[in-house]
Design a protein around this ligand. Structure first.
Ligand code: SF4
Length: 63
C-alpha cells in the first residue's frame, strides 16, 4: 500500500496533526511528505482513515 497526495492539497496540516506517524510538513518544498514509500501493515487502517479525513480528498490510497 502507498499513499499519494494530489497537487490540489491545500496544506492545511490536518493529516500531520492527526497522523504524525504518516505525514510530515515539508517546509522547504511547501508540501506534505508521506513518511513511508510503502506503508507498513500496522498503519494501513490509519492510512485509509487519513484519506477519509482529508477535507479536500487529496489523499489517495494505492493498493
Ligand atoms: S489533510 Fe489533505 S489537504 Fe490537508 S495537508 Fe493533508 S493532504 Fe493536504
Amino acid at each position: 500500500m502507498k499513499i499519494e497526495i494530489a497537487d490540489y492539497c491545500i496544506r492545511c496540516g490536518i493529516c500531520e496533526d492527526l497522523y504524525p506517524d504518516l505525514f510530515q510538513r515539508n517546509y522547504q518544498e511547501h508540501c506534505m511528505d508521506v513518511l513511508y514509500d510503502k506503508i507498513p501493515e500496522h498503519l494501513w487502517a490509519r492510512a485509509k482513515q487519513s484519506a477519509e479525513d482529508c477535507a479536500v480528498a487529496a489523499i489517495r490510497i494505492v493498493e
